[in-house]
Structures are given as C-alpha cells and as structure tokens.
Design a protein around this ligand. Structure first.
Ligand code: ZN
Length: 250
C-alpha cells in the first residue's frame, strides 16, 4: 500500500506580507498555518485580516509579545501562551489548537505547559523531517525553512556557512545527492520527491518578512507550483495533518 503524502506550510509572526503568502497558497491550492504574535511586529496583519485568514487557512498562536520563553519565569510564560490562545479564540470565534514557540526555543516544562493549556500541536523549527512515525506532536518538526542556502549573505565567514553546516548531519542519512545542495530550490525539490516517493510529510516553514529580506518570492512561487503538481499529495494545515496522523494510527 502506498503511504499517504501530505504537504503542509507554516508561517510565523503574522507580518503584513503574509497576505502575499496567502495569495500564493491560494493560487497553488495549498494550505497554510499562520502562527501570529499579538504585540510583536509593528506591521502585523490587522485583526480583521486574521478573522478572514482563519476562514481560509489555520490561525495558530505564537505568544503575545514573542519572548524567548526559556528566559522568562514559567508563570510569565504561561500568561504568554494562554493569553495568545485566548486572544485568537476571542478574535476568530474558533478553537485555536496550534502553537509555535518563538525562535523554536523551549524545554520540557514549556512543552508540557503548551499541552496543559490545550494545544494539540506545537511546531518546532527543526528541519529535514519527512517521516511520520514516532512524532511528538508537541514538538512537530518541519522539512525545510525558506532561507538562503547553502550560504547566508552575511560578512562573517562563520555565519555564512551556517545553513549548510547545520543541514549536513540531517541530510546525509536521507542520501540526498550533493548536487541538490547547490541552492535552496534544488534542496526543497528533492525533499519533495523523497516525501512523495516514500510517503510522509513535506512541511515548508518560514517568515514572509524574511522572504522579502532575502528576495525569495520567486523561489517560493516556483516551489509551491512544483508541490501542487504532485497528484498523490494531500494539502493540509498542521492541525489537519496531526488529525490525519492520529486517525491513521488508531
Ligand atoms: Zn516568531
């Protein structure tokens, strides 16, 4: 039996440029989960835009002020996490069951806290995951971050090599050909092929403000076009993904 193949995308912070991401997702019939912090970006989506977004895609929590949660008191972290859930539920009139830790930084206490306050899914920023067995849904990994690859355009040599240096230990076990490490679209495409062939999830995540900063809109458009052409793919939000995985397991 062929394994299901899901495609998910997720977008952090709630920047106004998320509108452009939504347009691309809609054009390619794909789904998105938008993790929005209430008081973080000066140019975030308006409340009314978030209400509309929740009707088309998934709106998920990302704290109120986007602190690094491991650096504040646990009680304060609880207010940030619970407060962001309550804010979005009041605003959209819908249950909000997804969460992402700012900068992907958390510990076991914070993971448990997210579960205690009612989140069913917490997305991490780990990359290069395709398989679905043994996943912790409160530490949901991704497949690829839309970000310059293999080199970051900065002056520091150490920082410049960071993307490829971080990727290599995870990519080697996937037996990705070296040629696919030449640029971001090549890597994203081969990971799509792997997920389609072996079943599992291709989960793209990013920040619209970062796509703008690094001039990656055309690359995003092209990879979403490629993704949408897989006839065996099922586009899902992260909550839909976890729901499908739980059903499959039962
Ligand atoms: Zn964030």
């Amino acid at each position: 039996m062929t394994q299901p193949f899901w495609i998910s995308t997720s977008w952090d912070d709630g920047h106004v440029l998320d509108r452009r991401v939504v347009d691309l997702l809609n054009r390619h019939n794909l789904r998105g989960t938008f993790y929005i912090a209430r008081d973080y970006l000066p140019d975030r989506l308006s409340d009314s835009e978030i209400v509309v977004l929740a009707q088309e895609h998934e709106v998920a929590a990302h704290t109120l002020t986007h602190p690094i949660l491991t650096e504040i008191a646990l009680d304060d972290a609880r207010q940030e996490i619970m407060g962001s859930k309550a804010w979005l539920e009041d605003l959209t009139g819908r249950p909000v069951t997804g969460f992402a830790f700012p900068a992907g930084i958390f510990n076991q206490d914070l993971r448990n806290l997210a579960e205690d306050v009612g989140f069913r899914v917490a997305r991490s920023v780990r990359q290069f995951s395709i398989g679905t067995t043994g996943l912790d849904y409160l530490d949901l990994p991704t497949t690829i971050h839309i970000y310059p690859f293999p080199f970051r355009p900065v002056n520091s040599w150490r920082a410049r090599f960071q993307p490829i240096r971080r990727a290599v230990p995870h990519i080697l076990p996937l037996r990705i050909p070296l040629l696919a490490l030449r640029n971001w679209p090549a890597l994203a495409t081969i990971l799509l092929e792997r997920a389609s062939q072996q079943g599992g999830v291709w989960h793209l995540w990013g920040h619209s403000w970062e796509i703008e900063k690094y001039g990656m809109w055309d690359e995003l458009d092209r990879i979403l076009a490629v993704a949408s052409r897989y006839s065996n793919a099922q586009p899902v939000t992260n909550s839909e993904l976890v729901h499908a995985l739980k059903q499959q397991a039962s």
